[in-house]
Design a protein around this ligand. Structure first.
Ligand SMILES: *Cc1c(COP(=O)(O)O)cnc(C)c1O
Length: 232
């Protein structure tokens, strides 16, 4: 089932890439981040065996458990909100933290990375639609964060992460993704090593790619419904 779903998702990614070639959006590659949260560790084993390297988890504790029982491998992305008291574990566990959403967190991750002698790759999460209930930098905070990045010697910023609002009509997400892409282009023009724009989940990844995403975070479309009774 996973192999079949993966093929379907990859086909759709390919089609979305063809569609966007009409726009002036460069880049032909899309990284598929397989979101395995609330699925058992074996699912990650199967995913890696199918050649998908990028694994997305949203909880530190859950990822820790899974990494303990799995052989080493894969590139692990933290995609959920990170609490201060979990920074230490997150920096130890994750190759890239996509969900950096506050000035405070930037400083804490930098400090912890320095402590263990790591350069932590991160994305900045933008709250483009300015949704009150969502995490992410607002416009103003984001500008402030950009002025501070040079101070953090143990962070390597690779780009931006965007979550679109849940909409009945997927087309409503398009302007949000388009703005994510504009912000990404600005950041890329201003800095070095910016190469990831992570936008789109199962319900909207095709639109995200049409609008410029080069990484998508897909769970349900690959693995089916999550099991919220699983305890880690
Ligand atoms: C759970 C999650 C996803 C994947 O969601 P699906 O709809 O199952 O594809 C993507 N991004 C984030 C930040 C998530 O928390």
């Amino acid at each position: 089932m996973l192999a079949y779903n993966l093929q379907t998702v990859q086909k759709k990614i390919h089609m979305a890439l063809q569609k966007r070639s009409e726009k002036k959006i460069t880049g032909r590659d899309v990284t598929l981040v397989a979101v395995t949260k609330n699925h058992p560790p074996e699912v990650i084993g199967e995913t890696l065996a199918l050649g998908i390297r990028d694994i997305g988890e949203n909880r530190v504790q859950e990822a820790k458990h899974k990494k303990e029982v799995l052989p080493a491998g894969g590139c692990w992305h933290l995609i959920g909100h990170l609490q201060s008291n979990k920074v230490r574990a997150a920096v130890a566990l994750f190759d890239i933290i996509e969900s950096v959403d506050s000035l405070h967190l930037l400083a804490e991750i930098d400090r912890e990375a320095e402590r263990i002698g790591k350069v932590q790759e991160i994305l900045l999460q933008l709250n483009i639609a300015d949704e009150k209930q969502k995490f992410g930098f607002s416009r103003n905070e984001y500008s402030e964060a950009l002025t501070k990045l040079d101070d953090y010697r143990h962070l390597r910023i690779r780009g931006l992460m965007v979550i679109a609002p849940q909409c009945d009509d997927i087309e409503e997400t398009r302007p949000v993704f388009a703005e994510g892409y504009r912000s990404y282009c600005d950041l890329k023009a201003a800095g070095q090593g910016i190469d990831i724009l992570s936008m789109g989940m199962s319900g909207d990844y095709t639109v995200a790619i049409e609008e410029g995403a080069n990484a998508v975070r897909v769970g349900t479309a690959l693995f089916g419904e999550r099991d919220y009774n699983l305890k880690f």
